[in-house]
Design a protein around this ligand. Structure first.
Ligand code: 5GP
Ligand code: ZN
Length: 132
């Protein structure tokens, strides 16, 4: 059984932020910033690409609600909402989860940079390939 399924079952303890029939939100054990929270579906999906629309709609709605609560109550200045998908994108636990990472300032333990390191792509070609 995956580690998040064990947390949902209660065999592994966690700090539960929110729970309903469909999802559970817990504090991330490694707190990238204060209040770093994970929102997970109770049903196991390996990643966002595998998740059904209804569950996903509920998850994003709860994620937004909690992000708002966390930012306000912890006096954050904003937040990053992240979903890593597959190992290549940094996913280490293969059970879908949304990260809510409140942001306070330059000391935050998270940096995201967009650094194009290639010649510009032909966007027309990219569009054709995406849409088949
Ligand atoms: P990923 O890299 O898959 O997007 O994120 C997985 C996250 O799960 C990491 O931020 C990691 O700290 C967190 N995590 C891993 N194991 C546990 C655990 O047992 N309990 C909690 N609360 N978080 C965990
Ligand atoms: Zn699982």
């Amino acid at each position: 059984m995956c580690i998040f399924c064990s947390i949902i079952e209660g065999t592994i303890p966690s700090a539960r932020v929110y729970e309903d029939e469909t999802c559970l939100a817990i504090l991330d054990i490694s707190q990238v910033t204060r209040g770093h929270t994970l929102v997970l579906p109770k049903k196991h999906f390996d990643n966002i690409l595998e998740c059904d629309d209804e569950t996903l709609a509920h998850l994003i709605s709860v994620t937004r609600m909690l992000a708002d609560r966390i930012v306000k109550n912890l006096n954050a200045k904003g937040c990053n909402i992240l979903v890593n998908t597959n190992e290549a994108a940094g996913q280490s636990v293969m059970h879908l989860h949304f990260h809510i990472i409140p942001r306070y300032g330059e000391e935050d333990g998270l940096t995201i940079e967009f650094n194009p390191q290639h010649e510009p792509y032909d966007l027309g070609e990219v569009l054709k390939e995406i849409n088949g």
